[in-house]
Design a protein around this ligand. Structure first.
Ligand code: DGT
Ligand code: CA
Ligand code: CA
Ligand code: ZN
Length: 572
């Protein structure tokens, strides 16, 4: 069994236990196990084969009882506890919980009252007006459920970039290693680093296209071949995503890479420029009087069109071509260039690792500083910290800073913004922290006016440094809160509040267009992981991709700078 499959079972058990209103610590133990297994860099099966149940027990936060459950799964492929729960409450939790506003307890309630097991049954009941008649629901929530289902339908069929990246890169590398393949590169929306991708588009250069295609269709992940030819092959992979492979000869490389990277709108605009210059641009080349003048790479191709090279992340026909003509393209923040991370959770609340483990993992990843930002007290479900505990955590951080070399730990918190815009933590406590992040974690359904006012009130607190995951969206799961983003950017400017680009694959919040607005307004940003495990730091690359798609430069990103400079960029 794969790590993700096992992790998923533990997450599911946690959900079942939540339905049944079990002890929160028990629920958290299962969730944390899911988190730990999901982010393990090694195969848990291998780990178990080598070290047995003892090796399992050495994993952070995993005790004897849970280790035995993992063992049962690895040995039998099943877990009795889980099978019993599924039988007792036979609902499609995955589907139902993706409907905004439907949590585990409501799922159980709806099942008991109306026998609802799936999203389709939920939609039917809502349309028949059956939901509004239930106690605790009402017409408004019935309407919200229908809206939530509509939202789900719209986002279906797209995959998170962060979830697809390991597999896509792996396939790319397998192709690269073939002796008859000269180049292999993932193009399409993946190369433009869009937050979600519809399919994986791969371009390969080879003189033996048939052999490349044979290899491609016989990969173990392929479950269906839609079409196989000399230049193009389309398959379906076992995780549900499609993959297209194109093979072209070397002389078409620049033009083909450009064409298959897209976006379609960018391609169309380029082709217009070509026509204007009496040239012809296609996936085969850039032709002038019948001669291919595209050159060896995209840089020469853009050059031949009279343009500066445009980075893939900018290719959306959103002003990048005009900027390339006038040599006014931004110098984008570079990958692997961050020096710190200002949002990190630990096992003081809902993270998997201790402060020390997180600090060491950050250092090993190459960071120079981190801020520990556990949740605050009103998030009681996950042990949010009160003022006393925050102070106590500060003392532990002091000790660790003396002990650890090469990484500086800042004291921080992810302070909950209450419904009225007040913070749930006293100013006298916030004053002592290096980094105060604020965030909305409940009452997501306020009107645009209420929500904007709520967040502005919080931003105006003199101790606040950063607004974390500003729109609170979860891609494919929860729509953004209603927010006057222009107003928020104005206030960020006037108060010196930093806006976050959260790097979690399903958050990526702020999104590209908002980043661009912030950059234009001269508002500073921070790219954080929101890491809940030491294995999450590589997600920072997704945050950088997002920043690049928002035209951000190094000067805009505070944690692209060393600690001292960064601290001068936040309000004191
Ligand atoms: P996706 O897969 O929905 O996330 O988005 P893309 O951009 O990867 O789109 P896809 O997979 O349909 O096509 C890959 C690239 O091929 C696309 O970015 C640009 C190019 N392309 C596809 N169809 C057309 C077209 O009709 N005209 C032009 N000019 N380019 C196209
Ligand atoms: Ca694609
Ligand atoms: Ca495609
Ligand atoms: Zn948060």
């Amino acid at each position: 069994m794969k790590n993700e499959e096992i992790a998923k079972i533990f997450y599911d058990i946690a959900l079942f236990l939540q339905m049944k209103d079990e002890n929160v610590f028990k629920i958290r133990a299962y969730e944390r196990t899911g988190q730990t297994i999901e982010s393990l860099p090694t195969d848990i099966e291998l780990l178990y084969k080598k070290g047995g149940i003892d090796a399992l027990q050495e994993l952070p936060g995993i005790g004897r009882a849970i280790a035995e459950k993992i063992e049962e799964l690895l040995k039998t492929g099943k877990l009795q506890t889980f099978e019993r729960l599924k039988k007792e409450i036979p609902v499609d939790i995955d589907g139902l919980r993706r409907v905004e506003g439907i949590g585990p307890r409501k799922i159980l309630f709806l099942y008991k009252k109306l026998g609802i097991k799936s999203v389709a049954e939920l939609e039917k009941a809502a349309k028949q007006g059956k939901i509004s008649r239930l106690s605790g629901f009402g017409a408004k929530s019935q309407e919200n459920i229908l809206k939530g289902i509509e939202f789900l339908k719209k986002t279906k069929g797209r995959y998170l970039l962060g979830h697809i990246m390991p597999l896509a890169t792996d396939i790319e590398n397998r192709l690269k290693q073939l002796p008859f393949v000269r180049k292999a590169v993932i193009s399409g929306s993946f190369r433009r680093r869009k937050e979600t991708v519809g399919d994986i588009d791969i371009l390969a250069i080879s003189d033996k296209p048939e052999k490349v295609m044979d290899f491609f269709v016989s990969m173990p992940e392929v479950i269906n071949v839609y079409g196989k030819g000399k230049t193009k092959t389309m398959v379906l992979l076992n995780n549900g995503i499609g993959a297209d492979l194109r093979v072209v000869p070397e002389k078409s490389y620049a033009a083909a890479l450009n064409y298959f990277t897209g976006s379609k709108d960018h391609n169309i605009a380029l082709r217009r420029i070509a026509i204007h210059k009496r040239m012809k641009l296609s996936e085969y080349g850039l032709f002038k009087k019948g001669k291919n003048i595209s050159g060896i790479d995209e840089k020469s191709l853009y050059g031949a069109l009279g343009l500066k090279y445009i980075e893939p992340e900018l290719r959306e026909n959103a002003g990048e071509i005009e900027a390339a003509m006038q040599d006014k393209l931004p110098i984008l923040i570079e990958y692997k260039s961050l020096k710190g991370d200002l949002q990190i959770q630990t096992n003081w609340t809902d993270g998997s690792n201790s402060i020390e483990e997180m600090a060491i993992a950050a250092k090993n990843y190459g960071l120079e500083y981190i801020a520990i930002t556990d949740h605050t007290k009103t998030l009681a479900m996950i042990n949010g910290l009160n003022e006393k505990k925050i102070a106590k955590q500060g003392k532990e951080i002091d000790i660790l800073n003396k002990k650890l070399k090469g990484i500086k730990i800042l004291k921080g918190a992810e302070v909950n913004i209450l419904k009225n815009g007040k913070l749930d933590t006293k100013d006298s406590c916030l004053k002592e922290l290096d980094i105060v992040g604020i965030a909305v974690h409940a009452s997501f359904n306020q009107t645009k006016q209420e929500m904007t006012k709520r967040i502005i009130t919080a931003m105006e607190n003199e101790h606040v440094d950063i607004l974390f995951h500003p729109t609170c969206r979860l891609i494919g799961k929860r729509p953004a809160i209603q927010l006057d983003i222009e107003k928020i950017i104005d206030i960020a400017k006037s108060t010196g509040t930093i806006l976050e680009i959260n790097s979690m694959p399903d958050r990526l919040d702020l999104k590209d267009e908002h980043i661009r607005m912030a950059v234009k307004a001269g508002v500073r940003l921070v790219i954080d992981t929101d890491a809940h495990s030491g294995y999450h730091f590589p997600f920072l690359e997704l945050g950088i991709a997002q920043a690049r798609r928002g035209w951000a430069e190094k000067k805009d990103i505070i944690n692209a700078w060393p600690l001292k400079t960064m601290m001068k960029m936040i309000k004191i």
